[in-house]
Design a protein around this ligand. Structure first.
Ligand code: PLP
Length: 415
């Protein structure tokens, strides 16, 4: 459920008309609903209220300072995958002590920064990385809290590009190696094993894969216990799917309570790393229609947002719902909605039925996750503005990039 709804044929973001926001802030424009973000955070909190827990919002889904700050105020922790994301969390007044650090390619510089910030836990993704963390911790004379991200070889049954828990994915340490890896950690003065971690994929629309993974984590927990290695938390990662079209993912409550039921017998804190489920439906991308055109047997609606603003359709062939900001009763045409970028894959939607004309505003729903955070300057197009709506109030949380900003770091070579 979200707070983007029609009233009298006009699409509203909470109490404000989307078309007015575009008039005021320009197009294309990312619009977020605060009430939706709050609602989603509460849904996760509610599902975990009977357990010790930490909700680590996956920053890469949407790393806007305003969104991170809102999450921090609601008590969230954060899952980061780079020094830049950790620095963003701190800039947004997030608590580094609630941060966990994932990713297969952490540099020594990133590890050093994480240890200096006293983050909660580093999720180790390879055996070589253990040596790097140990070396850096020793140089700082600190003990690094770590969890091993195990690869449980479970099929998340999602798009191949966003599946991460299979043997042939680059993520995590093979399940069969996990016990030896924990023994290696136990034998180090500079490492402390605090948890077991996994993250098997994204946009999962069934709870079955995570339950299969949880069984594996539980099995490992007991093996570790037999070796006198006691673990304080189990992290089940992120990956809960959302409804873009006709998907019917479980609710956060259904998804998480099935996991907590399995872990009831042991005394651990439960960590989760939701990204998409927290922010996707809390954001839309509004864009203006530039031209309508017909090439022989195909209609195109050309809009001013391109794949540089929202790459999911081009990158993953994702279907995202596209609706009119003003509903009308004119007849609809079957069309492809495409952007101005010079690539045939630059589309937002194919074979849609829309009734639009030049200068109308259309809206891509579910664009709050992996929307702005994946945007780029391709074709030298400035990054979009972003606004946050809170009932009848709106805040510009990111100004539209100026043309000059795009080359601010560049120089021409001397002759
Ligand atoms: C991307 C990612 C997440 C978030 O995944 P969602 O599908 O957005 O919930 C969580 N943990 C890790 C390690 C990730 O890489």
């Amino acid at each position: 459920m979200d707070y983007f709804n029609y009233k009298d044929n006009e699409l509203y973001a909470e109490d404000l008309k989307v078309s007015d926001l575009v008039e005021q802030y320009g197009s294309p424009l990312y619009i977020y609903s605060k009430a939706t973000l709050v609602r989603h955070m509460h849904a996760f909190e509610d599902a975990l209220k009977d357990n010790r827990h930490l909700i680590c919002y996956a920053v890469k889904a949407n790393s806007s300072l305003a969104i991170l700050n809102l999450m921090a105020k609601m008590g969230a922790g954060f899952d980061v995958v780079s020094k830049g994301e950790l620095a963003r969390v701190i800039k947004a007044q997030g608590d580094p002590k609630k941060v966990i650090f994932s990713g297969v390619g952490k540099t020594r510089d990133e590890i050093k920064y994480a240890l200096e910030c006293d983050i909660k836990c580093i999720n180790i993704e390879s055996e070589n990385e253990i040596d790097a963390i140990e070396e850096v911790a020793q140089s700082l004379n600190k003990v690094a809290n770590v969890a091993v991200r195990v690869n449980p070889n479970v099929d998340a049954k999602t798009h191949p590009s966003i599946s991460t828990g299979l043997k042939n994915n680059k993520f995590g340490i093979a399940f069969s190696r996990a016990l030896d890896v924990y023994k290696r950690i136990r034998d180090s003065k500079y490492l402390n094993a605090c948890g077991i971690d996994c993250h098997i994929g994204s946009q999962m629309t069934s709870g079955a894969p995570i339950l299969e993974a949880t069984d594996k984590l539980l099995e490992l927990y007991h093996k570790l216990k037999d070796e006198n290695i006691s673990i304080d938390h189990i992290d089940i990662g992120g990956g809960l799917g959302v409804t873009y079209g006709d998907e019917t993912p479980p609710s956060p409550y259904e998804y998480i309570s099935a996991v907590t039921a399995k872990l009831k017998e042991i005394d651990v804190a439960i960590y989760i790393e939701p990204g998409r489920a927290m922010v996707a439906n809390a954001g839309v991308l509004a864009t203006k229609v530039l031209y309508l055109k017909n090439n022989e047997n195909k209609n195109f609606v050309i809009v001013d947002a391109g794949m540089n603003d929202l790459i999911r359709p081009a990158l993953y062939d994702s279907w995202m719902n596209i609706i009119e900001a003003k509903k009308n009763n004119d007849s609809k045409i079957l069309c492809d909605v495409v952007g101005p970028v010079c690539e045939s894959d630059d589309f937002l939607g194919k074979e849609r039925k829309l009734s639009v004309k030049e200068n109308d505003v259309i809206v891509v729903r579910g664009a709050g996750a992996y929307g702005f955070s994946m945007s780029s300057n391709y074709n030298s197009r400035p990054l979009c503005a972003e606004v946050m709506v809170d009932k009848d109030k709106v805040s510009l949380i990111r100004k539209r990039q100026e043309i000059e900003d795009m080359w601010a770091l560049e120089t021409i070579c001397d002759d």
